[in-house]
Each structure stands twice: as structure tokens, then as C-alpha cells.
Design a protein around this ligand. Sequence first.
Ligand SMILES: Nc1ncnc2c1ncn2[C@@H]1O[C@H](COP(=O)(O)OP(=O)(O)O)[C@@H](O)[C@H]1O
Ligand SMILES: [Mg+2]
Length: 395
Amino acid sequence: MSGITLLSGNPGLEAVFVDLYGRSLPVRRIWSDQWRDPIEVAMDACAADPELVVVGADAGLDLTELVVPEIDRLFPSATILCLVANLDVATSLALLRLGARDVILEAGTRREFQAAVEPILHLARSRHRRRGQSTSEIRRRVITIISPKGGSGKTTLAVNLAVGLARRAPKQVVLLDLDVQFGDCAAALGLRPEYSLVEAVEAANHERSALKVFLSGHPSGLAVLAPPEDLVAADDIVQDQMKRTLAAFAEEFPFVIVDTASGVDRFALAAMEQSTDLLVVSTTDVPSVRAVRRQLDVLDEVGYVSQRRTFVLNRANAKVGLSVAEIEAAVGLEAAFQIPSTRLIPVSTNEGSPVIERNGGGSTANRFDRIAEFFAPSPDPDDRRSRRGRGKGRR
Ligand SMILES: Nc1ncnc2c1ncn2[C@@H]1O[C@H](COP(=O)(O)OP(=O)(O)O)[C@@H](O)[C@H]1O
Ligand SMILES: [Mg+2]
């Protein structure tokens, strides 16, 4: 048995879940007069091995705070979602600390609600599945995107890759925008972040479970950390704090994508040190290609050699004289992926909706999807086949 278990006295909530998911999953609701000892009944309900346990807002905070840690302790394969009537940081934080995977508003339109539940349910199902087959455990990755020059496509790559990964692994991907001066990942994703790196660094140093509260959620299931508006505050962040913050995110999320400023600043250094992968981006013009080679030489010299390096050639079809083979020879890496120059990309950037998720994103969307596939190969062969069927472009 599996499915969704609702701990709530609200038949309306049950109707919503039955309507949304009842065809594919059993939905059970437990509550009220059935409640002998509330905790005991909740535990009985969880013994059916649900993928997702939803605690309704009507359960009230006191009871929720009792029941969540018990479920978390006794049923580790269940994902706990808490619904609340008002979303505030202190409450969310308390519930996340107790073992809830996410806290969302119960109010709102059906569409908003579904958009918030969907990625968590997806995560719940894959976590549940994975417990039986530990071999398909996701391989953790910290991927830092670097390039010596501005405008080479780092942010474009960062947001598209992050969304591509989040679509495969919702709620398991965080995009950290460490371009503290000009970071624009949030804008490229159509988000308006409330908090920034400054609060996250603070949390990483004092209260790790608070970290997630400072992220902005994208509908794909991606979490985003924005740079601070206040540059002076960013200046106060020291290298050690940055490293601790990155380590905390890497513990919390299987995939950490880091967008950086051009060149290599101290934030990028901290990120690279903890990275499994460096994604090196260049356009095809001679100065950019040379600069990439120099940057890689410097990394060799300072000893950043253990990270896997993957080279992405952006605006690969631009006719500026250098062939792909010449570029590869100059950089010393094979161009593992090539992104064409297309108007679609700046249009997407300006509209805050990444190419990878646009209708009509076509072969460009496919190229980004391949990069996501490279870092998170789908464990299910059928799934992989159907994804591959969608695109024919060279990777
Ligand atoms: N392949 C491409 N085709 C067309 N425009 C692109 C392409 N890649 C990036 N751009 C545009 O170039 C600008 C700079 O890209 P961006 O990703 O912000 O670079 P970086 O982060 O390296 O400074 C953006 O306006 C973006 O939309
Ligand atoms: Mg950028």
C-alpha cells in the first residue's frame, strides 16, 4: 500500500486531493472522532506506508509539532507536507526542523495549491521508490559555472541547467547566485526573492535548518538563493562563512548549481573548492577562448584539479573564424555541449522564463536538457528513451 495520507478534519481538503490525485493514488483522511490518541492514530495511518503525509492547517500547530517528529522518526520513507493558514518564517522553520519536508499555504486557488503540492508529491514518490533500490541513489553534485568573460552565457546555462535538473529531481536542486554584484538568476527565472545570501550565511553559521527558509521557490521545484541587494553586506561575508554555507547547502540538496561572476573572485574560489564539477563556458571569439585557457591554467596552478571539467561552447554557430576543433585544441577540452546563438535566449532572459521550459524552446531547449541528463541520468530506462526521443540535436 502507498498513497497520500491526510491528517485533517477537513473533508474539503480530502476532496481536493481526491480530485487531483485520486485516480492514480489512494487518498486517505484520518481525523476527529476517530482520534483516540491523536499521535497513535496518525501512526496507524502511516503504517500503510504512504508516500506523502499531509498535515492539514486545521490540525493546529501544537498537534502538528507533536505528530511531525514522530512520523519522521518512525516512517522515514514518508515525506511530510505541512499546510498552514498563514505562512511565516518562524512557523515554517519550526516545522522544517521537526522533520517536515515543506510547509505551504492551505489557502489560495486550486491551481496555486496544485502547483505547490506537485513537486513535493513528485519528490515523495521518488524518495519512496528509492528506499527499495539504493543502487539508483542520486549522485550528489556541486556544479560551479565559470567563465573569465561577462556575457558568455554563464547565467543562461545556470538557470536552464538548474530547471532541467529540478524537473528530474524536484526540491532537490538549489541554484546559488554568487555573482554578488550583477547576479540576475532570479530575474531570469521570473522570481522576486525576499531574502539573500546574507541571511543564508547567517543561518548556516547558527541554525542550519533555517537555510531553506531563505530560498525562493520556482514552479519547477527549483530553489534559488539570490545575491544581496546591499553590496556592503556581501563584502562582510568572509571566505570561511561562504564555505560553511556551501557545505550546508550541499548536505541539504543533492544538486547544487553555482552561478559566478566573471573571472574568479573569492566566492567562486570557495564554490570551486567544494565542487564536484566545473562547467566552463566560452563563446567562440578568440579573446574569450584565450581567456578560458588562461583561467584553466591558473586553476591548475592553484591546485583546483580534482573537479571534473566540462566545456560548453555557447553561440557555437557564430561565424567568427574559429572552428570547434580549433577552439577545443586551444582550450584543451572537448566541447561536450554546444549551444547555438538564438534570439530565443535573450527573449527568455528578458521574460524571466528559461528556454528549457518554454513551449517552442525546440532544439535549444533540448540542448540544455541533454546537459541536465548528463548530470542526472534518468534511472528509469523507459524514461530515458522517451526523453531522448524528444530531441535529435547533437549534444
Ligand atoms: N546562445 C545565445 N544566443 C543568444 N543570446 C545569448 C546566448 N547565450 C546568452 N545570450 C544572451 O547574452 C546575454 C549574456 O548572457 P548571460 O548568460 O547573462 O552571460 P553571463 O552570465 O556569462 O554574463 C544575455 O542577455 C543572454 O540572453
Ligand atoms: Mg551572469
